[in-house]
Design a protein around this ligand. Sequence first.
Ligand code: F6R
Length: 242
Amino acid sequence: MNILTFDSDEKLNEAAANIIIGQIQTTPRAVLGLATGGTPVGIYKEVVRDFQRGMFSFRNVTTFNLDEYVNLPIDHPESYHSYMNTHLFNHIDLPASQCHIPDGNASDTAAECRRYDESIELSGQIDLQLLGLGHNGHIGFNEPAHALIKGTHVVDLAEETLEANARFFDSIDDVPKQALTMGVGTILKAKKILLVVKGADKADIVHRALKGPITTDCPASLLQTHPNLIVLLDSTAAGKLS
Ligand code: F6R
């Protein structure tokens, strides 16, 4: 595991963006696993800026998002479809047929989960998986549990997740209670994982995830088993690491 700490959000975003861009430059047909939430917003901004400077192209890239809310219309401003369009897809040359987000409005969610896993399989391995970290140690929306699920599945969001995501909605009651998420097995199969964490409120969970026991109670702790994990932290998120 390679842990790097940054004293400014700007430098952290730039470093994360450079890893994503470097992946595309060395592997033009890269398969990227993408995350949403507050953490990657500045990273995508950097990626878009360098794309607009003509440094690289997404023409042959394929992307798979980690998750999407269940039963939130895709054109709702807080759907992860809208998020990805706003922060990345609307600004780059990634063909729509090459970007994948689970369909949280599918009438048969089990079939949608199978379909999503099959498309990931078909595209080969994810070359680079971008991850944020939940306050309870979730990655994607794999919440702490007695057992974790390998593939894409429907998940009941944990209370901490509803509370954390309430900031994006008018009230906590508006946060969808369920999501479709890529499973931990798929995440761990990625060739390279880039975990980015920001903020003092994540310092404890960063410590648990990276230095604590490997346990399904903290899904991110399973990342310790990955052979090619890069962790980018701001200095406050790194506050509890010695
Ligand atoms: C988002 C995702 C989540 C977030 C995590 C942190 O696609 O899968 O695991 O990365 O909840 O969210 P932020 O960045 O908003 O603190």
